[in-house]
Structure formats: C-alpha cells, structure tokens
Design a binder for this molecule. Sequence first.
Ligand SMILES: [Fe+2]
Length: 472
Amino acid sequence: MHGLGGAKPGHPTTACCCELKQARHVSLLLDRALRDGVEDERPHDPLLFPNSEDIFQRPTPSAVSPVLASPSPQLVSPRELVDAESIPFTQPVDNKQYHGTRSRKERDRQRKKTRRCESRQAAREDAPTRMPATRFNKYVLGAETLRSEQDVSYLRIARGGYVGKRVCDPREVRSVAKLLKKGFTYLAWDGKSPHVLLDAHGRILAILAGHPTDDKWNTVVEEASEAMERARKECKLDDGKVHRRGKFATLARGVSFGGGQTAPSNMGNDAHHEEVLSTLCKNKAIQRLAGFGSSVLSTYAPRVYERMQIRLGALYQADPSLQKNFKNSIYPAASFNFGRETVCYPHTDAANDPCNYCQITALGRYNPRSSAHFVMYDSELIIEFPPGATIFALSAIERHGNTPLEEGETRQSFTQYCAGGLLRWVEAGCRTQIQFQRDDPDGKAAFDRDAEERKKAFIALLSTHEDVVTHD
Ligand SMILES: [Fe+2]
C-alpha cells in the first residue's frame, strides 16, 4: 500500500507494497472451492468476473424480507442487513401443520425455526456467484491499494444517510496544470490494473476497476461508443446545452424517486427517446459494461450490494411496473452521456445513495495521458482514465469531474447508480416521509431520532480492502 502524494504526469505512482493476503475466510463472494484454493469448475466467461447475469439474481418473493414487503410497514435497522441470515423472510407458514396437540409456544418456536431455515436457504440462493480463485487472486488480492487522508464520514452525507448534500461549484473544466498548481496528486493509470483508493480508515473511497480480461475488449468499447453515437443522432439532442454536470447531451433511464414524487417510478422520457434508450439497453456491448459494473460492485462492496438487492427486490415486488434497465445489473438507473465531448464540471450527484458506488465507464477516442482525466476534487487526485476503463466513486459525496479534451477528440460515458430516495422509501415502509408522518407519527419520530445512527450504519456497510480480501 502506498499513500497519495506528489507524483507528476509521466511519473506513474507505482506499487511499493501492494498487500497480497491469504484468502482465509469465505466472504459472500467466495465459495468453498475458492477458499480451499481450488479452481472453480464453472466455464469462464469472457468478462473479468463471472457474467453478472449469473451473479445477480433478483430475489424471489420468498426471499424478500416481510419487513420490506409487508403492506403494514415496519422499520428495519440497516445493521441487520450486514448479516443476511438475520433477515426474516415472508414465506408463509401453513399454520395447520403446527396445530394439533402442540401449545402456542411450541408452534411459535417451530415457526421461527422454519423461518430461520428459509432465511438461510434464500440467502444462499441470492448470494452473488463466486469469483474463480485465479481471478480473485489477480484482481482482488492483487489490486494495488492507495491510502488518502480523506475520511468518508466527513464527506457530504446528509442527515439520515440517504442522500448527499448539494454543493455549488463553478461551471468550469479545470486543466491538469491548474490542478497540479493547487497541489493535486497525479496518478497515471493504464485503465487495466485494478487499484483501490482507501480513506484514512481503510474504507474504499474509489475503485479503479479497469476492464474485463478480454483481448477483444477494444471491440466491445468501439461497439458501445458507436451505439451511443447512433443514439445521440437519433435523439437529436442539443449537444451544446449547458447543465449542472457539463456541456453535453445526456439522457437517463431506469427507476428513480425524488422531486416531489409520491412513489418511485420509471424515469420519464418521451416516447421517441424511450425507444432509442430501450434499444441502447438491448445492445450487447452496453450490456457487458452494465454487467461488469454490477459484478465489480458485488465484489468490492458486498454489504452495499446486498442492501440494494433486498431493498430493490422489495420495491420491484411492490410495484411490478418498475423496469430495470439490465437483467445482468443490480443498479436501478443509468445515464447515457452521449455528447461528443462529454467532460464534467466539478459536481456531486447528491441524489444518489451516498454510501454506494456509482459506476463510470469512459468511451470514445482521446489520449488519456493528456485528456479527460477523472478528477476527485475532495481527495485532490487526478487520475488518467482511458476509454474502456471503469471507475467506481462515491459520487453523491465526493466532488468529481474531468479535465478537458484536446481538439478533435471525442468522449462519451456510461454510468450506473442508485437514487438514495428509493432506499429511503422502502426503509420507511414503502411510503414517503409525509405519508409516514401521517400514518404513524410515533414511528416517524423514532425514524428521525435514529437518523445519525442510521448514517453511521450505512457508512459501516462500505468495505475496507481487508474486508474484501479476508472477510473476517
Ligand atoms: Fe457525476
């Protein structure tokens, strides 16, 4: 592991002691074979990690917590989510089988036992597919770690922990030279070798995931870029329109919640745009980007992934009209930044879940040495960000953006994320805060009282690198 500081362009920060650790305990991501150092027998997918179509299994109705799915809402502490086996399940018990001569106490005991068994079974079924040992060694144990002085808990997490705090930054794209003058650290990155950036307490601040091991990954990137370009032309959007994140055309699709809505809904796009975006979501190359993102999240942030899986499972069950963008991704929403020159001003995406990683995949044609770096403004870090590479960042709380492109270069990006409002809606018992107050003033008061505790619990869902490699 090494700290961040002082590297200049052309002088890559290098590994001085990346921490290779023995995998000695199974995590949600490691199966017994992997634990014993035995190669997984399953056929390998061209992705770096197993195809997330296999990895992400939407919870079956029986695997959804009654706390979340119940029409009569109850609250659940996020701490309970850390241990999947502690989550109760809805599978109704046929009371008849317990009747007869047994007392009520015995029947209750039997019922609890049955639920525990079902809970364990469901947790096993829903656990992400394990990563083959050789890949785990290379991409998790072998990931380079870099520690910063940043502390996640001091970043902009709003009270209650469901969204970030809004920030107002000047709408300007800052050059590498300007940022270096301010004392930012430069990280040369090949866009392939995984790096994990840690905060002062070892929590994962960002993941430079790279891309799947695939000799033809360039072809996938080309295809995805072309699909985005086609979509941009078909949508006929104004590519020079300035918005909060930058001056480029963009559309979002998926499930979201906020802005005065009374319930989560599919994002509203007009019929033509919806058709174009739907086609884009069916594109195989785009699907691979999405699946890769979901796989990386399950690997590096299993507790965050699990919380999403359970909460969103309950949400989809509560409203079957909600449409996921991709079968192979757990993220409920995606943005297609298909402007020809997609570079972002410094910004946060405050509506996103603050204790969750947003996937950002760069596309297009540009020289990553000189253009379109990924800038983490709070961590004061400039990172080379080659086309086809993926970075995960806490986008709701860490200010981020890009450096400019050079003349004639093009750049697009594909992002996936989860709105914090979706999780709050579910955890408040599938209702808005206003409905909650009206239905149950005492429950709402308790919910508000627990805001700070809840925020700490959400921060605790973020993994340290040690958690990921050892899972003690
Ligand atoms: Fe962003």
